[in-house]
Design a protein around this ligand. Structure first.
Ligand code: HAM
Length: 412
């Protein structure tokens, strides 16, 4: 028997209602905020991600699903931001309207060691806004993330907020950290010893105890921010306070991807254990230009859908479906039943029938299992009378109605 690949999941019919509720809610809220859906392909040139996320990042170094074909190398997308920016530039969306608010829903792929909340194929609900450096946009993005979580029915999350500042500020922050950590380098894990010269900011979000200990007492606040970045960040905070959106200032928050500049955030949930981030995002003001587009600011975020679902308490779906289930007795009734099924469906009534040759009792049990609202029983008598026996599965009331009156009965 074949088994699914480790770190992937089958989303089964009994789980799909929850997925659809989350996706429908996301589409409704994005539309309310005037975002348009964009669907880039799942594979891109490998170098797009190497360049956007950074050669030294965990994802590029260890987690890409790479496909080599002759002289070309592709990757299954590990995230959506780079693809959306590529799509924005390639399709000249800046020429249509410089400013674009885009959202996406779909699978992402990372070759990670699978564990709870950490998959090799997972799903993002995310958005990217390209074309503005305004602080008020950062506020909208955070308000949108907060609104989505509330409408998904998720409670108890925390928004962690920080500003990395512009590129120069990030260099300043790196220099500061190098000075602070120089004497502790031998106590850091092997990865962080390598990061010390390469991407030292990543040491701040290393999960290894020794590294956490080493950074714990570093006094970080906004000393690395230039005047413009300080002003921007304080406007973001004032905006969030005005909208009463709670956040925790988290100076150690740096995020694991190189493209971030300025505002960064991560949303965590206490129910998730070590993989506690349900969503994350931030500004990436240099990426569009870096990939060959105009010099415009951008910001976005993505939620991990599987992690969102881990925070939602499962509810028993007991609601009766608006389903009409046709039960026929005998060959003549069966051919009439097929015609009736077709008629009901073309009138917009959700309907189904038994295809397993069940007895009346068995077919009634199926109607019950399917939470059907009505069962229609058609036998010899009904055929002769031009009628149908209709059973209301909720009240158990049963009556014979003329075929011409059936629709009225079913939609009442
Ligand atoms: P990220 O933090 O790498 O950011 O991923 C966003 C979210 O995806 C995480 O908070 C987590 O919920 C989920 N996630 C990540 N990896 C896995 C995994 N292996 N299994 C299950 N869930 C996972 C980004 O991808 C950025 N592109 C977000 C962004 C958009 N920044 C700006 N715009």
């Amino acid at each position: 028997m074949y088994k699914r690949v480790a770190g992937t999941k089958d989303i089964l019919p009994q789980e799909i209602a929850l997925w659809q509720r989350i996706e429908d809610t996301a589409r409704r809220i994005f539309s309310l905020y005037n975002y348009k859906e964009c669907r880039p392909p799942l594979i891109e040139e490998l170098s797009l991600f190497n360049r956007s996320l950074g050669e030294g990042t965990e994802i590029v170094q260890k987690q890409m699903f790479v496909i080599h074909n002759k002289d070309e190398s592709y990757a299954l997308r590990p995230e959506g931001t780079a693809s959306i920016v590529r799509c924005y530039i390639e399709n000249n969306l800046d020429k249509i309207s410089g400013f674009q608010k885009l959202f996406y829903i779909g699978p992402m792929f990372r070759l990670e060691r699978p564990q709870k909340g950490r998959l090799r194929q997972f799903h993002h609900i995310g958005c990217e806004v390209i074309g503005s450096r305004e602080a008020s946009l950062d506020v909208e993005i955070l308000a949108l993330a907060d609104k989505l979580l509330k409408d998904f029915g998720i409670e108890g999350y925390e928004i962690k907020l920080n500003s990395l500042g512009c590129l120069e500020d990030k260099f300043k922050l790196s220099d500061f950290l190098r000075k602070e950590l120089k004497s502790k380098i031998s106590g850091l894990c092997a990865d962080c010893q390598r990061r010390f010269d390469g991407n030292i900011l990543r040491i701040l979000d290393c999960k290894v105890d020794a590294c956490r200990e080493a950074v714990k007492n570093i006094s970080l606040h906004d000393q690395h921010l230039c005047a413009d970045c300080k002003t921007h960040f304080s406007r973001v905070r004032v905006g969030l306070d005005t909208l009463k959106i709670k956040y925790a200032l988290t100076p150690l928050l740096v995020r694991g991807l190189d493209y971030y500049t300025g505002t960064v955030f991560e949303i965590t949930h206490p129910d998730l254990g070590s993989q506690d981030s349900i969503g994350a995002g931030g500004r990436y003001n240099n990426l569009v230009k870096e990939l060959g587009g105009p010099d415009v600011g951008a910001i976005g975020f993505a939620f991990g859908v599987e992690r969102l679902l881990l925070t939602i308490k499962p509810k028993e779906e007991t609601t009766t479906k608006n389903l009409t289930f046709i039960i026929t007795l005998g060959e003549k009734a069966k051919s009439y039943g097929i015609k009736l099924l077709n008629e009901l469906r073309s009138q917009g009534i959700t309907a189904d029938t038994d295809y397993e040759g069940k007895s009346l009792k068995g077919a009634m049990r199926t109607a019950n299992d399917l939470n059907a609202k009505f069962a229609l029983i058609i036998g010899e008598d009904e055929l002769n009378n031009g009628s149908v026996t209709i059973k209301n599965m909720v009240t158990s009331e049963q009556k014979e109605v003329k075929s011409d009156d059936l629709k009225r009965e079913l939609i009442c």
